[in-house]
Write a protein that binds this ligand. Structure first.
Ligand SMILES: Nc1nc2c(ncn2[C@@H]2O[C@H](COP(=O)(O)OP(=O)(O)O)[C@@H](O)[C@H]2O)c(=O)[nH]1
Ligand SMILES: [Mg+2]
Length: 318
């Protein structure tokens, strides 16, 4: 008897959250029980009261703790409610609540463990104007995450996602902020089947300003370390090894050039700087190679810890 929990992270969304909650379809094919959960993250505009009045259970953070913590709270609340499938959706009305049925369909059918709404895929309908910088950021992230995860995505940053409770048990978010890409990489690393579902999405919220992307530079500075860490841990041998290889090949090319010149002319003096660079570059390559091996070991251990945590959570759930 599949239970679906829809959770909405909300920070000062009193004006829109009621309509978003009301529009969630009462009957979704394959779903027998529906729960609505709102994670009110220290809102000061009465979001929690509006959410309760519109039939949602509210998890309230007394102060703003950010989207990463809200994700963990939402997932925990959904699991506590016995959810088999969890949907996350924004509270600002950019996504159509009616599309939940389409989004969860591949999971209900058993074809996927994770379904991501894509705003940029073939068949997507993005209405309104998305600022060029945001669009470029989305595109860049998509290329980076697709290359890392070994699956071609058209959108990796959309907050409208569905996943099984089993997929949820794999995820541990420690950042208070960036969770969306890290959770996706975790799912891929743990063999979850991820599909994209093209849907109609509004490029801008109806009321007010984005709560997340107020300043692109500040956002990038905050998100980059978490994201780089997640990419590094996904495949440390490639991450450090490719830089090591680049340093090694460059050094060899420079060193080889000097060596050939010395063989021909017996002269090295004008090239001492090149020799220094070649030797330094080789040392750097060796060092990075060692780092790659160590990081690979740590990533393996991290993977094993994640598996242990997953198994512990699963057996606790029974
Ligand atoms: N829990 C929580 N939710 C937040 C926070 N900031 C934004 N949100 C919610 O996350 C969703 C997406 O935020 P939004 O501002 O629309 O981001 P954008 O669509 O990427 O511009 C909305 O439901 C927001 O209310 C936060 O600090 N905590
Ligand atoms: Mg939004």
């Amino acid at each position: 008897m599949p239970t679906l929990a829809v959770y909405l992270p909300a920070f000062n969304e009193a004006e829109t959250i009621g309509a978003v909650l009301d529009a969630i379809p009462a009957a979704i094919p394959g779903i027998t029980t529906l729960k609505k959960i709102v994670v009110d993250d220290g809102s000061t505009d009465g979001t929690a009261e509006v959410a309760r009045a519109h039939g949602a259970q509210v998890v309230r953070h007394a102060r703003n703790r950010g989207t990463g913590r809200a994700f963990m709270s939402g997932v925990q609340a959904a699991l506590d409610e016995g959810a088999d499938v969890i949907v996350s959706m924004d509270a600002d009305g950019q996504f159509a609540s009616a599309d939940i049925a389409t989004l969860v369909a591949p999971i209900v059918k058993g074809d996927a463990d994770v379904a991501l709404c894509t705003r940029f895929g073939p068949g997507s309908q993005l209405t309104g104007r998305m600022p060029a910088v945001k669009r470029f950021g989305n595109w860049m992230l998509c290329r980076i995450i697709s290359a890392t995860a070994g699956q071609r995505f058209t959108d990796v940053s959309c907050g409208f996602r569905a996943f099984t409770s089993d997929a949820a048990l794999h995820v541990d978010i420690h950042s208070d902020f960036e969770y969306i890409h890290e959770s996706l990489l975790t799912w891929r690393r743990h063999g979850q089947r991820v599909v994209e579902v093209p849907l109609a999405v509004r490029a801008e919220r109806a009321i007010g300003e984005s709560r997340i992307l107020t300043n692109v530079a500040a956002y990038t500075l905050r998100a980059a370390p978490v994201l780089i860490g997640a990419i590094r841990d996904y495949n440390p041998l490639t991450f450090f090894g490719s830089v090591a290889l680049l340093a090694f090949v460059t050094s060899m090319a420079i060193g080889g050039g000097v060596f050939v010149h010395w063989l021909r002319t017996g002269e090295t003096i004008p090239y001492t700087q090149f020799i220094t660079v070649a030797v330094g570059g080789t040392l750097l390559a060796v060092m990075l190679g060692a780092v790659a091996l160590l990081a690979d070991l740590i990533a393996r251990l991290k993977f094993q810890v994640e598996e242990l945590l997953y198994n512990a959570r699963r057996s606790r759930r029974g």
